[in-house]
Design a binder for this molecule. Structure first.
Ligand SMILES: CC(C)(COP(=O)(O)OP(=O)(O)OC[C@H]1O[C@@H](n2cnc3c(N)ncnc32)[C@H](O)[C@@H]1OP(=O)(O)O)[C@@H](O)C(=O)NCCC(=O)NCCS
Length: 429
């Protein structure tokens, strides 16, 4: 068997051998196929990159048919059960697990960079009282580039490391302050005695007490949610980070583009839609009628189905377990019973089985966030904090990848050509 593709161009009758490497062909090789000497080379039309690899990456592996998700080769189930978010962040950034000294140094670095410049606080206070926290997060992480102009020096490894530490450390501070802002509550400074996730909860919920003491089970559940969201290979926001990063801009600007992409309802907003759906169903008795509506094509079962997973999303299984732990502390949410029943019925129903529609990560995550008393606008902010190490690991990989170029897709031009311009004074006369 030869690893190549023979292409016959029926316009010219000419044949071409295109090498196949890692199951892909190089789009540039197709560019050599031309209908005439001066004609443009053949290109690929692929809106939404549904079948185009944009990079080589060793960060995250997904097998959607088998329901497998691995960070740097480690299955998500093991990381969620036995690791913690900062160790997973180290793994994503560095490519391997830390030894004790490396782990301690990493946790120390992240912990001591959680504070932001006082002027960040001042400009965040300038947002309108009802500003969406995701808009505030996007703007403030981008603005960090003005506080660290040295971040533009992306060819220096120590410098890159510094910005990575700063960003992972400061995202919870910015996220928590965006939340407090909408509530009219004073911003809470980081507490460096606390772990990463416990400190985040403190910055969110602390009032007059001298120390905020979150329930350990809640800290663990939120930490697991961060782990589950930490990376997901070339998704829309990661692609945004890479695309903007390919211009060699500083990483704060690149990550703020990622936050912008995540803000969109097609990316980060599905868990809120699940909550709305569960509320609308209202009680278990209404489920059969709702399912009929879905099967008739009148609506979608939100939190089911995935572009990549054609099996149970491995993250959904872990989240389901985390939901049980959280409800042990906060008391159950009646919507959980509806979700469980809905899942049971859907998994047995031929419509869903035939189409390989299984619960995805968003089916239960909204219920957990609601139990923490987060308003829906905060759901994507939590996602962004979890995704930050993934965005940065991908950005770091990009900066060192010799094959990468500035991201600049082609187009198929469909407009007019060569028109003659008439000045407005003549056109309107
Ligand atoms: C995630 C999603 C956008 C993936 O879409 P996709 O890969 O383009 O899949 P398609 O829309 O082509 O769906 C394939 C088939 O399953 C059906 N389908 C997909 N998701 C469905 C859902 N949630 N409920 C009911 N039917 C669904 C489609 O109607 C289609 O049926 P058909 O072949 O009879 O036309 C889609 O499954 C969806 O909208 N899910 C709900 C929203 C959600 O939970 N999003 C979060 C993703 S993490």
């Amino acid at each position: 068997m030869t690893d190549s593709l023979t292409v016959r161009d029926n316009r010219t009758g000419q044949e071409y051998d295109v090498p196949i490497t890692d199951g892909t062909i190089k789009a540039a090789d197709l560019g050599k196929i031309k209908s005439g000497e001066d004609a443009p080379g053949l290109a690929v039309y692929d809106p939404g990159f549904v079948n185009t690899a944009s990079c080589r990456s060793s960060v995250t592996y997904i097998d959607g048919d088998e329901g497998i998700l691995e960070y740097r080769g480690y299955p998500i189930e093991q990381l969620a059960e036995k690791s913690n978010f900062l160790e997973v962040a180290y793994l994503l950034i560095h490519g391997s697990l830390p030894d004790k000294a490396q782990y301690d140094a990493w946790v120390h670095e992240i912990t001591y960079h959680t504070f932001v410049h006082e002027n960040v606080k001042t400009f965040m206070q300038g947002f309108r009282y009802d500003a969406h926290p995701m808009g505030m997060l996007m703007a403030s992480v981008g603005a960090l580039s003005t506080f660290y102009p040295d971040a533009r020096n992306i060819s220096d490894a120590d410098n890159r490391h510094m910005q990575i530490v700063r960003m992972i450390a400061k995202m919870p501070t910015l996220g928590a302050w965006s939340f407090r802002h909408a509530q009219g509550k004073p911003y809470v400074y980081p507490d460096n005695d606390l772990g990463y996730t416990a400190n985040f909860l403190s910055m969110l919920f602390k009032m007059s007490e001298s120390k905020y003491d979150a329930d350990e089970r809640l800290v663990k559940a939120l930490d697991v949610l961060f782990i589950l969201h930490a990376d997901h290979e070339q998704n829309a926001s990661t692609n945004a980070v890479r695309s903007v990063g390919s211009t060699q801009v500083d990483p704060y600007s690149a990550v703020s583009a990622g936050v912008g992409a995540l803000f969109g309802p097609l990316h980060g907003g599905a868990n809120e839609a699940v909550l709305r759906m569960l509320r609308r169903i209202g009680s278990k008795e209404n489920i059969p009628a709702f399912i009929e509506g879905v099967k008739n094509g009148n609506e979608r079962l939100m939190g089911f189905g995935h572009r990549v997973y054609k099996n149970y999303d491995p993250r959904a299984r872990i989240i389901k377990k985390a939901a049980t732990d959280v409800f042990e502390v906060t008391g159950t949410n009646p919507l959980l019973d509806i979700a469980l029943e809905l899942e049971k019925i859907a998994l047995e129903d031929e419509y869903f089985v035939k189409r390989k529609l299984y619960p995805n990560v968003d089916f239960y995550s909204g219920l957990i966030y609601e139990a923490f008393q987060f308003p829906p606008e905060m759901f994507t902010v939590l996602f962004a904090i979890g995704r930050t190490p993934g965005w940065l690991a991908q950005w770091l990989e990009l900066t060192q990848d010799k094959e990468q170029k500035i991201a600049r897709p082609k187009q198929i031009y469909t407009g007019d050509r060569g028109l003659t311009f008439t000045p407005a004074s003549e056109r309107w006369a």
